[in-house]
Design a binder for this molecule. Sequence first.
Ligand code: ZN
Length: 198
Amino acid sequence: MDLYSGHINKLIEELSALPGIGSKSAQRMAFYLINLPKERVQRFTNTILNAKENVRYCKKCFTLTDQDLCPICSNPKRDQNTIMVVESTRDLAAYEKTGKYEGVYHVLHGAISPMIGIGPNDIKLKELMQRLQEDIEEVIIATNSSLEGETTAMYISKLIKPTGIKVTRIASGVPVGGDLEYIDEVTLLRALEGRTEI
Ligand code: ZN
């Protein structure tokens, strides 16, 4: 890295801090950016800043959106009485890609993990319980099949059980420890269709 000037090193360092970007890709990206016309770089940085400033959580399901309510929550054609609970907006996107799920979502933004000190209050669980005051028929728990995902699923099911609302868990056709977003659509659909009451 000493080959390059301080500015380039700094840029490579920032880029390699992005998820999934190794130092080689970071170098390639850095040189690409430096060679772009200034206006392009300006447009790119503005896009990042605008996204950062305008993207917020949907008031209902807590997915990332730039409206008060996300397009799914505000769509009258979606079944607002069925809530699928997922860990992240990326998981929501994975299920949306199947095009077969007609209910709405609730994004927890994490999973319970006593090992790293993430408790029920650190995810959007209170917010989920508040939504259950409405007329909800089913809560489908689609957290990952990792230890954290399973712990979270059990915890949520215990919380919801006393309300009498039906709680289901997606089938474990999903590989253990598998991140939902990397699983193909057919497997996701099978997991959804094969969900069982817990
Ligand atoms: Zn929403």
